[in-house]
Design a protein around this ligand. Structure first.
Ligand code: GTP
Ligand code: SPV
Ligand code: MN
Length: 587
């Protein structure tokens, strides 16, 4: 059944069929009947596994290949004609060379398999700000995930025209040596092969909504960002919105679903989730910045999610969810992961399908980057504005990462330009969300290092330029929930208690809270933050809000080294901001 009429689109699909040579082609119409048939088929081959229907209705478990458990940045490429357009932070290859390489890998890769045609939309279908694409894939797992994460099927068919984003995915042989995640921004095309995991293959997410969309945003005057979107309702019933850019596995989903501490709840504070990973931000006619979540579901980190840390995320995963690389409790056919509760199953299979029990465990039951794919509509705190094509107006933008030392709990930029500088110097300790050594600090500007689809210095310039069209721009802040004591324990309680920081941030946006000026920006004085009902002394808070000039001088050395990579392309405004910071630290 063909549901797409546009000839350019059909010609492109036919060319990919000729290349990959599937036995058959199936069009995804998005109907529940078709998705259910695919689930049953995937269960019959072991690709997915049905969980306890009473406890977890409509939920499934999938195990990916053990060599294929996270994004692979070393095998992710931006292929544009000129290498300097990809910049020093992206892997690059000339498009012709990459197409030649990939075409060999795709040639016949779907023989004996079915090709699924997934028409999908990022954003609200039919809205002027939505973007459309097609992912061709030989994986039912990808189809089922895309159907949760994006708006798929017949509803988008009429919107597919010459401007669609082309996407080809094949599991290939899963050979890690030949794994490629490739964006061709000048062709609006995405090709990934030899992976079946997450952001490598659910192309709507990082490949489209960040790498390709960041290019579109630059051309069209908007921003595609790795940001959560959260509405905070105060006791007066007014909802103010923030976005937050934290690197992978640094707390976006948790902040996006924050539950206010008890004292706040009693006073009428509420939080509303608009998005947990990606924000498309455009200037509105009112000169404010408006945010839309282009996704329709959450692809969230499972370990650490529990009834205390993030009850909303846990509730979201109780139906219609696909779990990837978590443990299976054989006693009742449910799932488990580290820190879900204090009762690990004794009769279980680990994320690789091997027998696991706490007594005999050689490693974790769930992979540290195991994930849930859950519909946003399941979320108890989903915002009323979730499906609003206009999005929500943003009062504050927050940057942040994992930093044991130096970076205080929160500080505010002195200006938009200084805020862009703050984003550009973000650092974070590496997590399990991508390959590499966990714990190493790396610069991850705006949490976009793996996701910016063009030259990072041009991207900073684009951010700087946005100021000209924003008469009422959001205020910019940096947060760090992750300072540790000498024993390595987190000092700040985090999670719901982060609302105390958000309260100060949002009040700053409306001139309702005090601050002190420091070398690095504006910080709350310890008495400017509400500590009622939390087990933190003013002294401890003062420590979390300390600016350590010596630590910051070291930080500046690292920033210099990082900035050097951009040579002449580094915007002069950022070079100046670094100079000014150094002068203030000396003074
Ligand atoms: P991606 O989906 O990879 O983009 O990750 P994310 O940014 O959405 O991170 P997520 O919210 O899933 O959190 C990742 C890890 O950080 C989990 O193990 C959380 O428990 C932990 N975490 C989140 N918020 C906090 C916090 O406020 N304090 C502390 N100490 N840990 C946190
Ligand atoms: C991230 O790593 O930021 C994620 C997970 O959100 S993935 O979609 O795999 O990139
Ligand atoms: Mn993410």
């Amino acid at each position: 059944m063909e549901i797409i009429k546009n000839q350019t689109v059909l010609d492109w699909i036919n060319a990919q069929v000729d290349l990959t040579k599937p036995d058959q082609v199936v069009w995804i119409d998005g109907s529940e009947a078709q998705l259910e048939a695919l689930r049953q088929q995937a269960c019959s081959t072991g690709e997915i596994y049905k969980l306890n229907e009473e406890k977890l209705p409509g939920c499934y478990l999938h195990r990916s290949d053990p060599t294929d458990v996270a994004r692979v940045e070393s095998r992710t490429f931006i292929c544009c004609e000129r290498q300097e357009d990809a910049g020093p932070t992206n892997n690059w290859m000339a498009p012709a060379e990459m197409y030649a390489k990939l075409n060999k890998l795709y040639d016949g890769s779907m023989k004996g398999r079915t090709m699924y045609v997934i028409p999908y939309c990022m954003g609200v279908v039919g809205s002027p700000f939505a973007k459309y694409g097609i992912e061709l894939t030989d994986s039912i797992y990808v189809v089922l995930n895309m159907a949760i994460m994006t708006r798929v099927g017949a509803q988008v068919a009429d919107y597919l025209d010459e401007g669609f984003i082309k996407g080809l995915h094949s599991k290939g042989t899963l050979d890690p040596e030949e794994r490629y995640i490739v964006q061709f921004p000048e062709d609006n095309a995405i090709m990934s092969i030899n992976s079946g995991y997450g952001g490598n293959v659910l192309q709507g997410k990082k490949c489209f909504a960040l790498r390709i969309a960041s290019n579109l945003g630059r051309q069209e005057g908007w921003l595609a960002e790795h940001m959560l979107i959260l509405g905070v309702e105060n006791p007066q019933g007014e909802v103010r919105y923030i976005t937050g850019a934290f690197p992978s596995a640094c707390g976006k989903t948790n902040l996006a679903m924050l539950i206010p501490p008890e004292g706040y709840r009693k006073n009428g504070w509420k939080c509303w989730c608009v998005g947990d990973d990606i924000a498309w931000l455009r200037p509105g006619p009112d000169g404010r910045l408006w945010a839309v979540n282009p996704e329709k579901g959450f692809f969230g980190v499972a370990p650490g999610t529990n009834a205390n840390s993030n009850p909303n995320a846990l509730a979201t995963t109780q139906k219609g969810t696909i779990f990837t690389n978590v443990a299976l409790n054989l006693d009742d056919n449910t799932v488990w992961w580290e820190k879900l509760d204090k009762n690990p199953p004794h009769n279980a299979l680990d994320w690789q399908g091997n027998p696991w029990s706490p007594e005999t465990a050689q490693g974790p039951a769930a992979h540290p980057n195991s994930r849930f794919t859950a519909p946003a509509e399941n979320c108890p705190c989903i915002s009323q504005a979730f499906n609003d094509p206009q999005g929500v107006p943003i009062s504050a933008m927050i940057f942040g990462g994992r930093r044991a030392k130096t970076v205080p709990l929160v500080y505010q930029s002195r200006s938009w330009q200084h805020g862009v500088f703050m984003g550009s110097i973000m650092g974070s300790e590496k997590t399990a969300a991508a390959e590499g050594t966990v714990g190493e600090t790396r610069r991850d500007p705006m949490a976009m290092l793996p996701f910016c689809g063009y030259h990072m210095a041009d991207y900073w310039q684009h951010w700087l330029d946005m100021e000209k069209v924003l008469t009422n721009p959001p205020k910019i802040f940096n947060v760090n929930w992750f300072q540790t004591d000498d024993q390595g324990n987190f000092i700040w309680p985090g999670f719901g208690e982060n609302l105390r920081v958000l309260e100060w941030i949002l009040k700053r946006c409306f001139d309702e809270a005090g601050a002190q000026e420091t070398q690095i920006g504006y910080l709350p004085k310890p008495e400017d933050m509400n500590l009622e009902g939390v087990d933190i002394t003013r002294d401890t808070l003062a420590g979390l809000l300390r600016v350590d000039p010596e630590g910051w001088k070291k930080e500046c050395e690292g920033i210099h080294a990082f900035y050097e990579r951009f040579g002449d392309k580094l915007p002069a405004a950022l070079r100046q901001e670094l100079k000014d910071l150094e002068a203030r630290l000396e003074g």
